[in-house]
Design a protein around this ligand. Structure first.
Ligand SMILES: [Zn+2]
Length: 124
C-alpha cells in the first residue's frame, strides 16, 4: 500500500508533488522535489499550489528543478539559486534617478499674532 502524500494546504487534498522547506536562517523558502520523509518546517504542496507559491514579505523563494541525480544542492548552489531567483523576480523597473526632493517646507513654529483691530470712531 502506498502512502500518498497530500498537499498541506487546507481544503486541497491533491497529491503532493513538491516539498516546501522554510530555511529560517536565510529567510528562504525552497521548493524542491517531494521530500522522502517529512521534516520540520516542510510542507508538501500539489502542483497547483507550488506554482502559486508566494513567500512572506522579505523572503526569497527558490525553486529547485527536479534534475537528474540525487545530488542535493550545497549551500553555495542554494545561494546562487536564490540570487538568480531574486533577479528574475525583480521587475525591470528603472531606478528613479530624478531628484525627487521632498518638500521641506513644513510650517512649524507658527507664530500666532493677535489680530488687533483698532476701532476708531469716525466722528470728529
Ligand atoms: Zn494544493
Amino acid at each position: 500500500m502506498s502512502l500518498v502524500r497530500r498537499c498541506s494546504r487546507t481544503a486541497c487534498g491533491r497529491p503532493a508533488v513538491a516539498t516546501l522547506t522554510y530555511v529560517y536562517a536565510d529567510s528562504t523558502a525552497v521548493l524542491g522535489p517531494l521530500a522522502t520523509y517529512a521534516e520540520p518546517h516542510c510542507y508538501d504542496l500539489c502542483a497547483e499550489h507550488s506554482e502559486r507559491l508566494t513567500a512572506p514579505r522579505g523572503w526569497e523563494v527558490v525553486r529547485l528543478s527536479d534534475g537528474s541525480g540525487p545530488s542535493r544542492p550545497s549551500g553555495d548552489d542554494l545561494e546562487a539559486l536564490a540570487n538568480a531567483v531574486r533577479e528574475a523576480a525583480r521587475p525591470p523597473g528603472r531606478a528613479a534617478g530624478s531628484g525627487g526632493t521632498g518638500t521641506g517646507g513644513r510650517a512649524t513654529g507658527e507664530t500666532r499674532r493677535g489680530h488687533l483691530r483698532v476701532l476708531r470712531s469716525p466722528d470728529s
